[in-house]
Structures are given as structure tokens and as C-alpha cells.
Design a protein around this ligand. Structure first.
Ligand SMILES: NC(=O)C1=CN([C@@H]2O[C@H](COP(=O)(O)OP(=O)(O)OC[C@H]3O[C@@H](n4cnc5c(N)ncnc54)[C@H](OP(=O)(O)O)[C@@H]3O)[C@@H](O)[C@H]2O)C=CC1
Ligand SMILES: CCCCCC(=O)/C=C/[C@H]1[C@H](O)CC(=O)[C@@H]1CCCCCCC(=O)O
Length: 332
């Protein structure tokens, strides 16, 4: 008999979540039925969407999230023992699944052979955030050689990846993030052309200095005033990919921000929201392209790893507070 540990939602958080909003419980798992497999979590992902979805979850349900898990028992020939899969199993150590429980998060993936690369990449650059960057940027921003691209949330999982694809496509890239260390990583390691620290600099003034030509594409991970400021400096027919709005996820009330309609109308911007599951039917195309770019040395990644399943809440809050560079991961 296997005992799973899991975090359930005890209270809907107000503002930044507190550890007391969650409860660690144990659950005895039954024997497997035909077609089912038993998995053991190896790496868990902490992502901003978790905060946005928390308020919609019923109390006492397992906190949502994806993980890389090892199949440790199987009654399903499609999922043999020893293979690693990426599944939307939540904040839990052990899971029984029949393979059909990948709700909301892209298909249940048996990880391809990653060679020397860490399996945790299946939650980042070779997983949902990587595909968000790949499809969201290329399909919505439609970048062209020589164009100027701005990325907010630039040092995170999605943003750091978008900026590098923009460089691969021959663009000038400006990243906006919250610390100078992140800025150094973006410009010195990843090849971003410029960095703006939104906490210590005036984004509008700095942007005028580094992109006097105007911005062709904006990949928006944060929303709020940063995004309005960037949109006000966009070129005619600029393209905006609205990927996330982390600046508002902890807010109780929908924040009041400056209206974006002036630049949208006068600059005739194309503003499009995206949800990466739109490209579920092309999922492996994104994974394979990103893997190829890593092997070619064109795409770099960084992970901020927290050790211990019991520390997943701390890892989540740390990520929401900007403690991560690249992808935030928990190693069980
Ligand atoms: N639409 C879709 O399908 C998907 C959307 N997303 C969205 O993409 C965005 C990035 O996700 P992901 O790469 O996983 O997360 P990140 O790895 O970027 O981590 C979150 C980062 O957000 C930054 N941040 C926190 N608060 C604020 C704020 N008030 N203003 C500006 N930046 C802030 C912090 O960096 P800093 O130090 O710079 O403040 C933090 O490190 C999120 O909005 C997420 O919801 C992600 C995946 C799929
Ligand atoms: C206002 C909220 C915006 C959130 C944007 C975001 O980060 C979306 C991320 C999703 C991505 O498109 C695919 C995912 O895996 C993320 C959401 C997954 C939610 C699964 C919920 C399913 C469940 O209830 O178990």
C-alpha cells in the first residue's frame, strides 16, 4: 500500500498566499485497476497561473500543478515502468492515473530521451512554458529580422525563452525585469540587447533611450502600467502577445490601469491573448524545436531549484516575489 502526500487548499488566499492557506495530508492509494499506472513525483513545477486559479478551486481539493513523475507500477502497456511522464497531477508525491487526466495543461507526455539534459526541463524550456514562448511569440508576434521586441517578465521561464527566440530570429531585444542581477544574466549570458529594471528605473524614459525607433513586438507577461507604457511606444501596426498579467494575480480587486485604447487605436496595434493549449495538436513540434536549439547552443536555460516536496509552498511564493531566475522548480 502506497501513501501519497499532498497539499490541499484549506482557505482561498487573500493577497499573497500564506502557508496556512494549505494543509499537508496523507492519502492511502488503492491497488491499480486495469489501464492504470502509479507514478512518483520527481520534480514539481511552481507557476504563476496557480495563483490565478486558486480562487476558483473548491476547498479541500489538491492544489493544481504539473510534475515530472516516474512510473513505478503499471497496468497500462502505453506507460511502462521506469518511464518518466509529465502530468497535471497537482502538489502530490504519488498519483494513480489512466493517462487521461492531463486536464488543462497540454497532453500527458512520456518524456523523450533527453540525453544528458535534466528531466526537470520537461516542466520548463521543454514543457508548457517553453511551448508558450515558442508558439506564443512566433505565431502572434510574427517577428521579422531587424525588428525591435520588448519582453516583460524577461528573466522568468517564458520571458527568458521568448527573448532568446527573438534573437534567433534576428531581432533587437529589450527585457524588462525586477533586479540588476537578472539584467546581467539577460544581456551577458542570453544575448539580450538591453535591460530595464522596472523597480529602479523609469520604464518609459529608458525605453525611449534604447529603442528610439519604436517597438514592433511586445510579449506581455505582466500586464498593468508596464504594459501600457510599452504599448505607448509601439510602432504603427505593432503586434502584442498578451500571455500573462502576473502584476495583478495577488490583487483582490481588478486593478485600475491607464486605458490602452489610445495606442491600440492610433498605432493600429494588433493585440491578441493566448493560451498555450491552443497549440496542443502541435505540442511536440515546440518541444523538438526547443530541444534542437538547446543542442545547437542557441537556447540557454536556468532553473531555480528548491529541494524537498514539503517546501513547495515556499518555492511558489518565492517565484511570485521574483526569487526565481529562469524556471522555478521543486526537486522532491
Ligand atoms: N497564456 C499562457 O498560456 C501562459 C501564460 N503564462 C504567463 O506568463 C507569465 C510568466 O510566467 P512564467 O514564466 O512561468 O513565470 P516567471 O518564471 O516569469 O516567474 C514570475 C516572475 O514574475 C515577476 N513578477 C512578479 N510580480 C511582478 C509584478 N508585479 N510586475 C512585474 N513582474 C512581476 C517576477 O520577476 P521580477 O523579478 O522580474 O519581478 C517573477 O520572477 C505569467 O504571467 C504567466 O501567468 C505562463 C504560461 C502559459
Ligand atoms: C488571468 C489568469 C491568466 C493565467 C495565464 C496562465 O498562466 C495560463 C497558464 C495555462 C497554460 O496555458 C496551460 C497551463 O497549463 C496553464 C493553466 C493550467 C490550469 C490547469 C487547471 C486544471 C485543473 O483545474 O486541474
Amino acid at each position: 500500500m502506497v501513501k501519497a502526500k499532498k497539499f490541499v487548499l484549506r482557505k482561498h488566499p487573500e493577497g499573497l498566499p500564506k502557508s496556512t492557506d494549505f494543509k499537508l495530508v496523507e492519502e492511502e492509494l488503492p491497488p491499480l485497476k486495469e489501464n492504470e499506472v502509479l507514478t512518483e513525483a520527481v520534480f514539481l513545477s511552481v507557476d504563476p497561473y496557480m495563483r490565478a486559479y486558486m480562487s476558483t478551486l473548491s476547498l479541500d481539493t489538491t492544489m493544481i500543478g504539473s510534475q515530472v513523475a516516474k512510473i513505478i507500477e503499471s497496468r497500462n502497456p502505453k506507460y511502462p515502468v521506469g518511464k518518466y511522464i509529465v502530468g497535471q497531477f497537482g502538489w502530490r508525491t504519488h498519483t494513480i492515473t489512466d493517462g487521461a487526466s492531463a486536464a488543462g495543461s497540454g497532453p500527458l507526455i512520456v518524456l523523450p530521451d533527453l540525453g544528458d539534459l535534466p528531466l526537470s526541463l520537461g516542466l520548463g524550456v521543454l514543457g508548457m512554458p517553453g511551448n508558450t514562448a515558442y508558439f506564443g511569440f512566433l505565431e502572434i508576434c510574427l517577428p521579422k529580422v531587424g525588428e525591435t521586441v520588448v519582453v516583460s517578465g524577461a528573466a522568468g521561464a517564458v520571458g527568458s525563452h521568448v527573448g532568446q527566440i527573438a534573437k534567433i530570429k534576428g531581432c533587437k531585444v529589450i527585457g524588462i525585469a525586477g533586479t540588476d542581477e537578472k539584467g546581467k544574466w539577460l544581456t551577458k549570458e542570453l544575448g539580450f540587447d538591453h535591460f530595464i529594471n522596472y523597480k529602479t528605473q523609469n520604464v518609459g524614459e529608458e525605453l525611449k533611450k534604447v529603442a528610439p525607433e519604436g517597438v514592433h513586438c511586445y510579449f506581455d507577461n505582466v500586464g498593468g502600467e508596464i504594459s501600457i507604457t510599452v504599448m505607448n511606444q509601439m510602432k504603427m501596426y505593432g503586434r502584442v502577445a498578451v500571455c500573462g498579467a502576473i502584476s495583478s494575480y495577488n490583487e483582490k480587486e481588478t486593478p485600475k490601469v491607464t486605458s490602452p485604447f489610445r495606442p491600440i487605436i492610433f498605432q493600429q496595434l494588433k493585440v491578441e491573448g493566448l493560451y498555450v493549449t491552443r497549440w496542443n495538436d502541435r505540442w511536440m513540434e515546440g518541444i523538438n524545436q526547443n530541444l534542437q536549439w538547446i543542442k545547437q547552443g542557441k537556447l540557454k536555460y536556468h532553473e531555480t531549484v528548491t529541494e524537498g516536496f514539503q517546501n513547495i509552498f515556499n518555492a511558489f511564493v518565492d517565484m511570485m516575489n521574483g526569487g526565481n531566475t529562469g524556471k522555478a522548480i521543486v526537486k522532491v
